[in-house]
Design a binder for this molecule. Structure first.
Ligand code: SF4
Length: 83
């Protein structure tokens, strides 16, 4: 619970902690624009359980199949998009 004495930036940061473990940081998320992807970015979820549905999600969505993406995969995706 945020303290009333806490400065506003700290209180705001605590309110957005739910964004951890969402599609944006999931290994199965393929953003339309990998270079500028943020929580509002849309893209395909390519998890094998969802692939047949061609599921489009946003960076702030989430499900219980979440698997954290590694920085190496993000770098590879961004390098591919920059070519
Ligand atoms: S819907 Fe689930 S599996 Fe797909 S990208 Fe989001 S968290 Fe990952």
């Amino acid at each position: 619970m945020p303290s009333i004495d806490e400065p506003e930036p700290q209180r705001s940061l605590k309110r957005i902690t739910w964004q951890y473990e969402n599609c944006l940081s999931c290994v199965w998320f393929k953003p339309n624009d990998p270079l500028n992807a943020d929580i509002l970015e849309r893209g395909m979820c390519v998890h094998s359980k969802f692939k047949e549905y061609q599921l489009v999600v946003s960076g702030r969505d989430w499900c219980n199949l979440f698997t954290e993406v590694r920085q190496r995969q993000i770098d590879k995706l961004q390098e591919g998009a920059a070519d």
